[in-house]
Design a protein around this ligand. Structure first.
Ligand code: FAD
Length: 383
């Protein structure tokens, strides 16, 4: 793989860096405290093309390859993981699934709005009783004439209260295929669908995370994405690419940890000299830097494999596993560099750590990534 970025990729990275410094960085503390990022950020993200990366221009997308997508995701993760998550879900999990599996009609119905930021998408897989064991979901879609009637509850849904459309996974009656799960594109204003914001999150506080309750939600059969019974394949293919996106966001967190630790270590003096001159502080900083580079290289490898049309799912699990744990370590080391100030939210390290922590949990916990990697290597499922 060529690690040198092309001119186009460098330009996208610069654009993302400027966007983060101008539109996100000044508001990070306020959004975190208010438990909500300013919703106008979505249209701004769409305006610069970040919600349409890798999607065909024909459907309103801004094209580009997966490495460019990673570069933007890294920068957004460096700025605010709450904003990064909006893109990773609305574009990464929802729009990309529609682009990959959707009918012409579904692409024309949803992609221009999702890529411009007029619409927000959310991904409804997890339920109160099924997280890691997602294939055992209990939401049911029952065929009734030309419609399906859906009942169930979805938990921890990123963008949930903001979303205009939910890519919803339900067990459809008599569906053939893996576990009989089907995917539906359900407009969130459909009668019977109610949403409740989940407050009090440790991190990603600016993000609209919600519980969705579906009571006799009636949708036309034409809202089904991919053939009946293929829903689990839709979910797993979305998550395989999604894990690269989470990993890239973690690279951004680790990079931010390095940036702020370096700056603070150069300014703060103890024992008559900048703390950067103490060997044990240098150890903290060098450990962060190794985590940044190792996580970045694993993540870029996934993008490279996707762009070359090669298998990438195991490498994506490896990148997500390593980068998420690395982001937690890096943010924690940065907090240590800040001493007591690291514990106060006026300083950046604490938020980085709080935001990093969930990365080892969602889109498959670290344990689940290890089982996926183990299964690929040994050929034996230990789930
Ligand atoms: P559980 O599955 O109950 O796991 C609990 C513990 O058991 C974990 O440590 C886990 O690793 C371990 N464990 C489980 N099974 C095994 C096993 N076989 N072997 C070893 N250990 C095991 N979901 C969505 O569908 N859409 C979203 O947009 C979304 N956004 C989220 C945003 C946030 C902020 C959070 C917190 C979650 C989000 N999720 C979303 C849900 C997330 O993907 C799940 O929380 C995650 O998959 C874990 O499921 P669980 O919480 O039910 O934990």
């Amino acid at each position: 793989m060529n690690l040198e970025l092309s001119e186009e990729q460098e330009a996208v990275r610069r654009l993302a860096k400027d966007f983060v410094d101008r539109e996100i960085a000044p508001h990070v503390i306020a959004w975190d405290r208010a438990e909500e990022v300013d919703r106008s950020i979505v249209k701004k993200l769409g305006g610069v093309g970040f919600l349409g990366l890798t999607i065909d221009e024909e459907y309103g997308g801004s094209g580009g390859d997966h490495l460019a997508y990673c570069l933007v995701t890294e920068e957004l993760g460096r700025g605010d993981s709450s904003v990064r998550g909006i893109v990773s879900v609305s574009l990464g999990l929802v729009a990309k699934s529609i682009a990959g599996w959707g009918s012409e009609e579904q692409k024309r119905r949803w992609l221009p709005g999702l890529t411009s930021g007029e619409y927000v998408g959310c991904f409804g897989l997890t339920e109160p009783g099924t997280g890691s064991d997602a294939g055992n979901l209990t939401t049911r879609a029952v065929r009734d004439g030309d419609d399906y009637v859906i009942n169930g509850t979805k938990m921890f849904i990123t963008n949930g209260t903001w979303a205009d459309v939910v890519l919803l996974f339900a067990r459809s009656t008599d569906a053939p295929g893996h576990k009989g799960v089907s995917a539906f594109l359900v407009p969130t204003d459909t009668p019977g669908l109610t949403r409740r914001t989940i407050h009090g999150k440790l991190g990603l506080r600016g993000q609209a995370t919600a519980e969705l309750v579906l009571e006799d939600v009636r949708v036309p059969a034409s809202t089904m994405l991919a053939p009946e019974g293929k829903g689990f394949s839709v979910a797993m293919s979305a998550l395989a690419k999604g894990r690269m996106s989470v990993a890239a966001g973690c690279v951004g967190i680790a990079q931010a940890a390095l940036d702020v630790a370096l700056r603070y270590a150069g300014e703060r003096e103890q024992f008559g000299k900048p703390i950067a001159q103490h060997q044990l502080v240098q150890e903290l900083i060098s450990d962060i830097s190794v985590d940044v580079d190792a996580a970045r290289l694993l993540t870029w490898r996934v993008a490279d494999l996707i762009d070359r049309g090669l298998p990438f799912a195991t490498e994506s699990s490896q990148a997500k596993l390593f980068a998420s744990e690395a982001a937690v370590r890096a943010a924690n080391n940065a907090l240590q560099v800040f001493g007591g100030y690291g514990y106060i939210d006026e300083y950046p390290a604490g938020k980085l750590l709080r935001d990093a922590r969930v990365m080892t949990l969602y889109e498959g916990t670290s344990q689940i990534q290890k089982l996926l990697i183990g299964r690929a290597l040994t050929g034996v499922s230990a789930f």
